[in-house]
Design a protein around this ligand. Structure first.
Ligand SMILES: CC(=O)SCCNC(=O)CCNC(=O)[C@H](O)C(C)(C)COP(=O)(O)OP(=O)(O)OC[C@H]1O[C@@H](n2cnc3c(N)ncnc32)[C@H](O)[C@@H]1OP(=O)(O)O
Ligand SMILES: CC(C)C(=O)C(=O)O
Length: 514
């Protein structure tokens, strides 16, 4: 079996998805889950791009011990120096430098000749190698680069100390044949290629990211890069869970294995989806809600007789439990604590108490509390920053009728602990609540996106709302869950505003340190 390393870039390329904005705590929670999932390398961010990303990469590098943590840098000394500061405490300091090699990028974006690009790549890789044990070099837009030029520059950066060479299909332009052929060509024509790992990084603009990744593996790639749920710049990246399951299910054909723990797929996918607000389409392979649902009679008949007639992947393989009914109204603290631990959470006593109270409130309204319901309560608590004062919803009421103007009355406590309340109107109930909240918060807030979905089935299912807001010109997203859709909507709005407060408080703290 050939071992394939998995390089996850959910926290860097995945965060480049339009509208996604993860805070430090959320990034750390995702990083811990990626470690549980068994990725070999995680790209925690682009340290030179912002103070927030720098801090997140540094915290992750200091916390994660069983997965190698890396960060992205342009081919400049200052990006490399900043990345070193963020990554130097990692168990195995690792850097990812990129520089474009295609004629289009070199001419129009970098405004460099091919010789200058070689010179910059070589000098920056050898500069980085003085600090980092592992240096990955990416030939950005490799799939639109001249193959002989690519081979020349790769040979030189390997001599300069690169330990991984990545050949990205940056704009999702390639096809499985062409991408595989590029890997074969590079393997054959770069004399020192066996000294490094060869990596594939695919985007999904033409819907071929996963196929292209597998073609690269078949043609000599020993590392693959991608994201959870395939999120990422534009149409996204190759979905790691799809590549991993394809290699496993088709092991009659593929002789490759990864270190991934496939049972962690569902939880990883849920966590990323909740924190990023990027919903998983129901028909998405491996993790979509419908991926294991059989709708038509002939299929149902077949599955009842023998599941393998229509089911090539079992839900259990990817961590979907068929009977995930957990605790109920009469469960006590011990059983609750035990369940929380089983779900992989390590909460402080204070957070555990809060979680138990939220759980008890839910059991008053909902007969059956599932793992998914608990997961929703727990992730909100785990990433709540207790030290920043925030807005809290105290009470609200909405009047709606087909011939009335929808009106909301809302009471809040402000970050200063003052109770405020007022009433407002809107075209619909949600707008009435949001107009009223905006009036109480006294900031200019625009709603740019709104989604509502149910967690699980049934009439008493929890509702989960996701919003994207623009608060005084700054984009921020939020999510909220409740049994009532209007309460979930109000919670999501306040969650977004509170996330903005947390962000502002962090910036203030960092500026005070300078
Ligand atoms: C394919 C990828 O996904 S690459 C990663 C893309 N991710 C991101 O860009 C997210 C984070 N980016 C940022 O926050 C900002 O773009 C920053 C902080 C990195 C840079 O911001 P700015 O200094 O304002 O520059 P701006 O983004 O406008 O332009 C990029 C500059 O970097 C240069 N550049 C681009 N790639 C590289 C590279 N690999 N090595 C060196 N320089 C590069 C460009 O040519 C341009 O230089 P110029 O100003 O001399 O024309
Ligand atoms: C930085 C590189 C690897 C990248 O994200 C791309 O080319 O898509």
């Amino acid at each position: 079996m050939v071992q394939i390393k998995v390089f996850d870039t959910t926290l860097r390329d995945g965060e480049q998805s339009p509208g996604v904005n993860l805070n430090q705590l959320e990034k750390l929670e995702i990083a811990k889950q990626l470690e549980r999932f068994g990725v070999d390398i995680m790209e925690a961010g682009f340290p030179a791009s912002s103070k927030g990303d720098f801090e997140a990469v540094r915290t992750i590098a200091r916390t994660i011990k069983n997965t190698s943590v890396t960060g992205l840098a342009r081919a400049t000394k200052s990006d490399i120096d900043i990345a070193w500061e963020a990554l130097k405490d990692a168990a195995e300091p690792r850097l990812h430098i990129f520089l474009a090699t295609s004629p289009i990028h070199m001419t129009y974006k970098l405004k460099k000749t091919p010789e200058e690009v070689i010179q910059t790549a070589v000098s920056m890789v050898s500069y980085a190698k003085q600090k980092f044990t592992h240096v990955e070099w990416s030939a950005e837009d490799a799939s639109r680069s001249d193959l002989d030029f690519l081979c020349t520059i790769i040979e030189k950066v390997i001599d300069a100390g690169a330990t991984v060479i990545n050949l990205p299909d940056t704009v999702g332009y390639t096809t499985p044949d062409d991408y595989g052929q590029m890997f074969r060509y590079v393997r054959k024509n770069v004399p020192n290629i066996d000294r490094v790992s060869l990596s594939a990084h695919c985007h999904d603009d033409l819907g071929m990211a996963v196929s292209n990744t597998i073609a690269a593996i078949e043609n000599g790639a020993t590392q693959i890069e991608g994201t959870i749920n395939g999120i990422g710049e534009r149409a996204g990246n190759a979905a790691i869970e799809e590549v991993a399951v394809a290699l496993k299910i088709r092991n009659d054909k593929y002789d490759y294995q990864t270190n991934l723990v496939l049972k962690e797929i569902k939880r990883t996918s849920d966590l990323v989806s909740k924190f990023t607000g990027m919903m998983v389409p129901p028909n998405k392979a491996v993790v979509g809600r419908n991926a294991f649902a059989h709708e038509s009679g002939i299929h149902q008949d077949g599955v009842l007789k023998e599941a393998s007639t229509y089911e090539i992947i079992t839900p259990e393989m990817v961590g979907i439990k068929s009977n995930n009914l957990v605790l109920g109204k009469h469960s006590g603290r011990h059983a609750f604590k035990d369940k929380v631990q089983q779900l992989g959470y390590d909460l402080s006593e204070m957070k555990l108490k809060e979680a138990f109270e939220a759980f008890k409130l839910l059991t008053d309204r909902k007969k059956e509390v599932t793992d998914d319901d608990l997961f929703t309560i727990l992730i909100d608590l785990q990433t709540d920053s207790v030290d920043v004062p925030k807005y809290a919803l105290k009470a609200f009421q909405v009047q709606y009728g087909s011939s009335n103007i929808p009106t909301a009355t809302v009471a809040l406590t402000t970050p200063e602990g003052i109770r405020v309340e007022t009433a407002g109107t809107g075209q619909g109930s949600v707008e009435a609540i949001y107009n009223t909240l905006e009036a109480l918060i006294q900031e200019e807030i625009h709603l740019t996106d709104y989604h509502i979905s149910s967690i699980g089935g049934g009439r008493d299912a929890l509702a989960e709302a996701h919003v994207k807001l623009n608060v005084n010109g700054n984009p921020v997203s939020g999510r909220g869950a409740a049994q009532d859709v209007l309460e979930a909507s109000a919670n999501a709005f306040l969650n977004a505003v509170n996330r903005m407060l947390i962000q502002e408080s962090r910036v203030k703290r960092e500026t005070a340190h300078i």
